[in-house]
Every structure is written in C-alpha cells, then in structure tokens.
Design a protein around this ligand. Structure first.
Ligand code: HEM
Length: 147
C-alpha cells in the first residue's frame, strides 16, 4: 500500500514539473515568434492596453517580454535569484509610480496569452492550458501586488 504522502505526490503534479511542461509548450508554440503573435492579439483585447503601448516599439518590447516569460517559468522557484531580481524590476516598472498598469489589466493579459498558446501549440490540451495559468499567475501576481 502506498503511503498517504506517496499518493498525494502521485495525484498532484508539482509546480516545477508544470513549469517544465509549460516551457516545452512555449518552445513548440514558437518561442520568440509566439511572443510577436501574442502582442498582435493583445492589442485587439482592450483599448486601455492598446493605449499603453501606443508609443512603444513592439519589436524590442517582444524581446524584453520573451526574456521575462522565461524568467516567469524559473520564478516558480522562489529561491531562483536571477528570476527574482528580474521580476522585482518588472514589478517596480509596472507600478503606479512608473508605467501605472492597473491591476485588472493582467487578467486580460493572461487570458490573451492562454488563447494564443491554444492557437500556436499543436499539442495544447485543457490540462496544459491550466498549467500555463498556474505558472504565469505566480509571476503576474508578484507584479500586480507591487502596484
Ligand atoms: C496588461 C498588462 C501589461 C501592460 C499594459 C504592460 C505594459 C508595458 C509597457 C507600456 C512597457 C514599457 C515599454 C517601454 O517603455 O519601452 C512594458 C515593459 C515591460 N513589460 Fe509590461 N505590461 C504588462 C504586463 C507585463 C507582464 C505580465 C510582464 C512579465 C511577465 C511584463 C514584462 C515587461 C518587461 C520585461 C518590460 C521591459 C522592461 C521594463 O520596463 O520593466 N509586462 N510593459
């Protein structure tokens, strides 16, 4: 008979393992080119979001975001120093004192990212999209809570 602990481990995939699957999905979806598709989709979601990017060069922005997405995967491990430093910087730049990104906009951002994954990763499943949500929420909540 497996112990209770062994059963729990069997039934619930750890967040690290989810992050690994999400990273593989990101690569299948196109990596850097997936980010470009995401930005095009994001601009169609909300006028408030589109306005924020009005004077921004989306090409260099996509490079910065591609790096931040990888950092978000690593950030599921709160002891990861490089990821923590990177997310702390974004938290500061997106706060009310700087870019002033309203907290509710992140829900639209994440929903758009998951729709883009569903369209770009040929192996996307409902379970994988749920993992994307769980993994990205950790970084996004960190940014949002710094508002
Ligand atoms: C609706 C949500 C968001 C909006 C409206 C938004 C908007 C912006 C804007 C206007 C910039 C400035 C670009 C520039 O000045 O060149 C920026 C930069 C950036 N954003 Fe966001 N952002 C959002 C969410 C996020 C999230 C969730 C992440 C990370 C997972 C992220 C990562 C970055 C990075 C890495 C930069 C460049 C470096 C920096 O300014 O910190 N953003 N964002």
């Amino acid at each position: 008979m497996p112990s209770k602990h062994e059963m729990a481990k069997f039934l619930t995939m750890g967040i690290q393992e989810k992050a690994k699957h999400v990273h593989e999905s990101y690569i299948r979806a196109g990596g850097r080119s997936f980010v470009a598709v995401f930005y095009n989709n994001l601009m169609q979601t909300s006028e408030d979001i589109r306005k924020k990017f009005e004077h921004i060069d989306l090409e260099s922005q996509a490079d910065a975001l591609a790096r931040a997405i990888i950092m978000s995967f690593l950030f599921v491990d709160h002891n990861h120093q490089t990821a923590t430093k990177s997310l702390d910087k974004i938290r500061e730049s997106h706060s009310r004192h700087n870019l002033n990104i309203a907290p509710e906009l992140y829900d639209t951002w994440l929903a758009c990212m998951i729709e883009t994954v569903a369209a770009c990763d040929p192996q996307a499943t409902e379970e994988l999209l749920t993992d994307w949500h769980a993994v990205m929420s950790i970084a996004i909540n960190h940014i949002r809570e710094g508002y």
